[in-house]
Design a protein around this ligand. Structure first.
Ligand SMILES: [Mg+2]
Length: 658
């Protein structure tokens, strides 16, 4: 299509150029031809007319000479006049020869022929008359000859007059022909100009049509989702903004719906993205068929859709939303002999005078949809601006954007807390857990308890873990290369998202190689619940990295009832007892017994035991007496920025008793 247009425009303009060139050439040639023929015609006609006039004058003067010779008595005067008479005859001949030399047409030649006959006929009478006059003959002899000569002279003059009229006629005829040529040229010019104009119009029209079609296509692409053909988020937000303005100005009530498919990810992961795309297309048509003609349906991205019901009260919007849930519930999707059913969660946000802006309206609808999903899926939730869960969700969403920005801007900091050996046999006095802090926009330091839940919800833990791994290994490589005989050993926390992320293992192995850090100086801490929930992935993950020389610690051990069941299966080197048991060890005999049991069992399985959240010296004493290997907590040292770490500050445990 594009090539055809280019070809058409190129040939079209080439044709216009040829036409315009022909136009100019033809005009010039025609005008030159008309001018030349007119010039020639005028010149020849003038010369012919002059020759004929000369002939007529000669005839008249010859007649006058005869009369003068007849009337004069003076012999000399008569001789002179006779000479004139002969001269005029010569002039007549010369003029006639000139006329003939200019070329005669048929009619001119005919008149000339008649003139010659008359001249020949008058010749004897003229000569007779002149001889009689010169010989002084009597009037009786002269007069009849003179009369005959005069008659023939009159006839010759008539013929000459006829010839003059003929020349005038010829001039007029030539002018008519010339005018006809001119008119024909003018008509040709009109036709060629018309054709050039027509061609220009056709080309312009084609170009305009093509450009308009292109513009329409661009406008469509800018406002529509290419997969489903529904309007996209950008266009949807424009319409919602318009609805908010309308509600504010005219008090109208609209409804904004946020829809999120349940179980879509399973189909996408099981059958592939092409099938997922096909399913989205079918669902888009299903949703389109379930709403009113004037309602707006948009694909906001992924498996999320948006709807805008203009001039629709809230109860009606909820009714339509419930119908949509039923329609999706009845819908089945079959692929490779497997039938999938889907669900949908819908958040409904009323738009009225109280709606202030698009961002809060969209967030509220999104949050209501999220709560619908959290509440068991396949539900409709109405967004109430004062709703506590809605506000919590809004807070989480804000955290998500703050964390994404912080990752982009590298605004995290590493802290460390020492893990102190209790027994004399343990020499890992430079063993520490690495902790992460967020540096906020204003430079304040934010503890992980504030942002990690949101990071987990928005799948950002893996990215944060990578940031920690990268910066810790770089620091460790630099510290251990100058740290003397006893290297620092760091414990790095890993989340469930990192364990289940297929790229994590390669990332860690690449980092070990890149930084040159010795794997035996790295201990990865995995929360017990994460390890148990993803037991297969976690075991495989641990075995691979243990093969490289890394060690593992099971963090928050004891928090799950099934801890002991899995302990034998998990290839870990350390057990870090959950702080909840440690805190009350002196006052709660059950906690005391639990810690004692974990310690005993752990040692039996060849693990080393770490007690975390040790806050008092008394607790530390009791744990040491129990035979716990390491202590970590405020009683030993508070977390401090890793940048402030120096070898001389390596803490040692000071015991209260013994
Ligand atoms: Mg930990």
């Amino acid at each position: 299509m594009k090539d055809n247009i280019r070809l058409l425009v190129t040939f079209g303009f080439a044709a216009i150029l040829v036409l315009m060139f022909s136009l100019a050439s033809v005009s010039l040639l025609q005008l030159q031809s008309i001018n030349a023929s007119m010039e020639k015609l005028v010149k020849v006609t003038n010369m012919k007319t002059a020759a004929v006039n000369d002939m007529r004058d000669a005839i008249r003067l010859r007649a006058d000479s005869l009369k003068t010779m007849q009337l004069t008595q003076d012999i000399f005067e008569r001789d002179a006049e006779h000479q004139q008479f002969i001269n005029h005859a010569g002039k007549y001949r010369m003029a006639r020869e000139k006329l003939v030399s200019l070329g005669l047409d048929e009619r001119e030649a005919a008149i000339n022929g008649e003139l010659q006959q008359l001249t020949r006929a008058s010749q004897p009478f003229n000569e007779d008359a002149s001889e009689l006059l010169m010989s002084k003959a009597s009037a009786g002899e002269i007069n009849p000859v003179m009369e005959q000569a005069a008659v023939l002279q009159g006839l010759i003059l008539d013929k000459l007059e006829e010839l003059i009229r003929l020349e005038q006629q010829n001039t007029r005829a030539a002018l008519t022909v010339s005018r006809r040529h001119y008119n024909r040229t003018r008509q040709l010019l009109f036709v060629l100009t018309g054709m050039a104009l027509l061609l220009s119009l056709l080309i312009s029209r084609t170009i305009i049509k093509h450009v308009s079609a292109k513009n329409r296509q661009l406008a469509y692409l800018a406002s529509h989702d290419p997969l489903t053909g529904l309007i996209n988020r950008r266009e949807f937000e424009c319409r919602v903004e318009r609805a908010i303005r309308n509600a504010s100005a005219q008090g109208a009530t609209h409804a904004l719906l946020y829809l999120d498919l349940d179980q879509f990810k399973i189909i996408n992961d099981t059958c592939g993205h092409a099938t997922g795309d096909e399913l989205l297309q079918q669902l888009a048509q299903l949703l389109l068929g379930s709403v009113r003609h004037r309602d707006t349906l948009s694909r906001l991205g992924g498996d999320e859709f948006g709807m805008l019901f203009e001039n629709c009260p809230l109860d009606k919007a909820v009714e339509i939303a419930n119908n949509l849930i039923k329609a999706i519930d009845d819908f089945t999707f079959t692929r490779d002999d497997t039938t999938f059913t889907l669900g949908i969660s819908i958040g409904v946000m009323p738009i009225d005078r109280s709606t202030t802006d698009i961002a809060s309206a969209m967030n509220a609808a999104d949050s209501a949809c999220y709560i619908a999903k959290e509440s068991g899926r396949n539900q409709v939730k109405i967004a109430h601006m004062g709703d506590r869960r809605l506000q919590e969700r809004h807070g989480e969403m804000q955290w998500a954007s703050r964390l994404t920005r912080a990752l982009e801007e590298d605004r995290f900091a590493l802290y460390f807390q020492p893990i102190i050996p209790c027994s004399e046999k343990s020499v890992h006095d430079r063993h520490m857990e690495i902790l992460v802090r967020l540096i906020d926009d204003d430079g304040s330091v934010i503890a992980p308890g504030s942002f990690l839940p949101a990071a987990e919800k928005y799948n950002l833990l893996s990215s944060i873990d990578r940031w920690v791994i990268d910066h810790t290994m770089t620091w460790l490589a630099a510290t251990n290369s100058t740290g003397g005989n006893r290297p620092v050993i760091v414990a790095i926390n890993l989340s469930g998202q990192t364990i289940s992320n297929p790229g994590s293992l390669n990332y860690i192995i690449d980092k070990l190689e890149e930084t040159g850090v010795s794997a035996e100086h790295i201990i990865f801490e995995i929360p017990e619940t994460v390890a148990i929930t993803n037991i297969t992935a976690a075991t495989s993950f641990m075995l691979t990295l243990r093969g490289c020389g890394c060690r593992f610690s099971l963090d928050d051990f004891g928090s799950s009832l099934s801890s002991f069941t899995y302990l034998k299966k998990l290839p870990v080197d350390f057990l870090k007892i959950d702080g909840a048991f440690i805190r009350d060890i002196l006052s709660d005999p059950v906690d005391h017994a639990m810690v004692k049991s974990i310690n005993k069992l752990g040692h039996l399985l060849g693990k080393e035991i770490i007690a975390k959240s040790v806050e008092t010296h008394e607790t530390a004493d009791e744990l040491r007496l129990m035979g716990i290997n390491f202590l970590q907590g405020y009683v030993c040292a508070q977390p401090r920025p890793l940048n402030n770490y120096t070898q001389s500050q390596a803490p040692r445990l000071v015991l209260v008793s013994s």
